[in-house]
Design a protein around this ligand. Sequence first.
Ligand code: ZN
Length: 136
Amino acid sequence: MSEDYEKLLDRAIEQIPKAVFESSRFQIPAAEVSIVGNRTNLRNFRIIASTLNREPEHLIKYLLRELGVAGNIEGTQAVFQGKFSNAAVDERIRHYAEEFVLCHECGKPDTKLKRHERFYILRCEACGARASVRSV
Ligand SMILES: [Zn+2]
């Protein structure tokens, strides 16, 4: 490896947001939450959805149901009608990933979620496993 190439690589790595890079190749960014009045804004909602490689509409539907509140997507953030801590939001996102993103057999994130009539199939591109998951 030439020195120039290594420098280039270092620079590229520096540009990757830290939380995403830290442990494995799959790390869910920590929820960036701010409470405004009686609402909670999840500021990096779209980044989280794209890291999970899932439709933002699917993710927010799940979060709203699990948190038991109303809310919506506003630009790049999600807004919940209620007050929630980072930890509370993180926990729901982790559960979402376990159920709808990570392969139930091998645990890898290389999966696709496909609607199949009234339910969803989580198909793993790494090991080929399929699992039916509830709809949100
Ligand atoms: Zn798998």
